[in-house]
Design a protein around this ligand. Structure first.
Ligand code: ADP
Ligand code: MG
Length: 220
């Protein structure tokens, strides 16, 4: 039922990765999930093609979604699956606006640079306008991605800025983990990865589950 979009007009911040990771954890815990690939580059369609047999049965990927088809895709999916997750293109266009307008929660990934954060703030402005336009509540939260234990100075600065402006930040961050890259190389789930294929897959799973828990908590 809930619709969760991953949006940031900046490319490479981790939208597709976090959307897929969230979908895989929810599917692993027996929720039915539709994951809509609304990026013309079709990263999720390509992920399916790498190893179609290892796509979980209760995870439905809808590829080739554009501004003409996104509303129907969302409405159809939310009438049948427990979660609808939308991976958006790194730009600002009608598809992005439609998806945000239908979302219960918008997750805005940033890697912590000032550029990522500035683009993230633009998404927040768009969400605020849509809330007003449609007179409905749309929750949103920043997600730090590719986090490392040692924090660069600019990342600390961005964190402080967000705090000062009382912008909601998800308490769990998606850490920099090779497992989150390997799934796009090999196809299949983080739960299928062996120690030979990637380093410390169990650590990635632990992080992915904590991230998923904080998203589910935010949905209430
Ligand atoms: N948590 C992570 N750990 C390791 N690599 C990551 C992580 N998140 C993203 N990446 C890598 O960063 C790059 C951009 O990520 P991607 O999810 O495609 O971003 P976007 O969808 O915002 O363009 C990709 O090469 C991806 O493999
Ligand atoms: Mg992407």
């Amino acid at each position: 039922m809930p619709v969760i979009s991953f949006a940031n007009s900046k490319g490479g911040v981790g939208k597709s990765t976090s959307a897929l990771v969230l979908s895989l954890v929810l599917a692993k815990h027996n929720s039915s999930v539709t994951l809509i690939d609304a990026d013309p580059n079709q990263p999720l369609k390509r992920w399916v093609k790498r190893d179609p047999d290892r796509v979980p049965e209760n995870l439905h990927i809808i590829p080739d979604v554009n501004e003409d088809t996104i509303l129907n895709a969302i409405d159809e999916a939310s009438s049948k699956d427990a979660f609808v997750i939308i991976d958006l293109e790194g730009s600002k266009n009608i598809t992005v606006s439609y998806a945000i307008g239908r979302s219960n929660l918008v997750i805005i990934p940033i890697q912590g640079s000032q550029l990522d954060a500035d683009q993230g703030v633009n998404v927040i402005k768009l969400i605020e306008r849509e809330k007003q336009a449609f007179a409905r509540n749309i929750n949103y939260s920043i997600l730090f991605t590719r986090s490392t234990v040692i924090q660069a100075r600019d990342v600390t600065h961005v964190r402080n800025q967000l705090k000062e402006n009382e912008i909601n930040v998800l308490p769990t961050e998606l850490m920099e983990r090779s497992a989150f890259r390997t799934i796009f190389q090999l196809g299949g789930s983080i739960y299928d990865l062996t120690n030979k294929e990637t380093s410390n897959p169990h650590k990635a799973i632990e992080n992915a589950e904590a991230f998923t828990n904080s998203v589910v908590e935010m949905l209430g």
